[in-house]
Design a protein around this ligand. Sequence first.
Ligand SMILES: NC(=O)c1ccc[n+]([C@@H]2O[C@H](COP(=O)([O-])OP(=O)(O)OC[C@H]3O[C@@H](n4cnc5c(N)ncnc54)[C@H](O)[C@@H]3O)[C@@H](O)[C@H]2O)c1
Length: 269
Amino acid sequence: MDLFDLTGDVAVVTGAQGKLGPIWVEALLDAGASVLALDRPGIAVGAEFKRLAARFGPQRLTSASADACRRAELETALEQCRQTIGPPTILVNNAGIDAPPAADGKGYRLEEIPFETNLRILEVNAAGLFLVTQVFAGAMARAGRGTVINIGSLYASVSPDARLYDHIPSDPPFLKPPAYGASKAAVVNLTKYLSAHLAPYGVRVNTLSPGGVLGGQDPEFKRKFCERVPLGRMATAEDLRGPLLFLASRASAYVTGINLMVDGGFTVW
Ligand SMILES: NC(=O)c1ccc[n+]([C@@H]2O[C@H](COP(=O)([O-])OP(=O)(O)OC[C@H]3O[C@@H](n4cnc5c(N)ncnc54)[C@H](O)[C@@H]3O)[C@@H](O)[C@H]2O)c1
C-alpha cells in the first residue's frame, strides 16, 4: 500500500466546491496529501469542505479562489499554496462546465444553440484547463516532479444518447451541449500533448474519465442510464477514489498520457 501513500504531497484540486470536487479532496487527504481546494471567486466553501476542514485542520486543507481562465488569479493561488501548505506536486483539473437538463430552464434546437454557450464551455473546460496546467504544472516542472490528473468524461469518447433524456419535459427536447463532449475530447488530446512535453521534467499527465456519477438524477434517467452500463449501475464516490489515487501516486509511476475510463463499461458498446 506504500505505493499509494501521498504523505508529503501537496495537491491542488480545481472546481473543489462542486459535486465531485470533495470526493477527490477527501481521497487525497485520506492518502496523506495536503490539499488546496480551488474554486471560482464568489463560490463559498460548501458543507463537505467544512466537514473535511474540521477533520484534517488548516495544515492539511485550505481553500483559495481563482478563475480557471484568469492567469493572474491562478498565479496568486499558486503563491498562496506555496505559503500555506507548500509547493504543489499533484494537480487535479476538475473544474468544468456541464449543462444538465433544465440547468438554465431553457432548451435549444440544434441549429439554435448560441455560439457563446459553446464557446464558454470550450473556454473553461479546454483552454482554462490548459491555463491552470501552465501555471501549476509549470511550477512542478521547475521542481522536477509532479502529476496532473485531468478530469474528462465518458462523453470525450461517445456522443450523449438523447434517448436518456427524452422523458424530461422540455420543448424543444433537451440537448446536452455539443461543446461538452468536444471539450472533453480536447482534454484527452491536451493530456497527450502535455504528457509528452512535461515528461522530461518529471511531470506525468493523465486523464480520468468518469461515467455518470450517482447524484440527484431522476429515477427514469437512472433506470435508462444503468441499462446502458455493462456493470449495471452509476458510479459512486467509492468507485472514483481508487482510480484517482492510482494516477496521483507512485503506483502509476510509468503511466503517462492515458485516458483511464471509470465508466462501468459504458463506452465499450
Ligand atoms: N458529475 C458527473 O457525473 C460527471 C461525469 C463525468 C465527468 N464529470 C466532470 O467532473 C468534473 C466535476 O463535475 P461536477 O459534477 O462536480 O460539476 P459541478 O458543476 O458540480 O462542479 C464544477 C466546479 O467547477 C467550478 N468552475 C466552473 N467554472 C469555473 C471557472 N471558470 N474557474 C474555476 N472553477 C470553475 C464550479 O464553480 C464548480 O465548483 C467536471 O469537469 C465534469 O465535466 C462529471
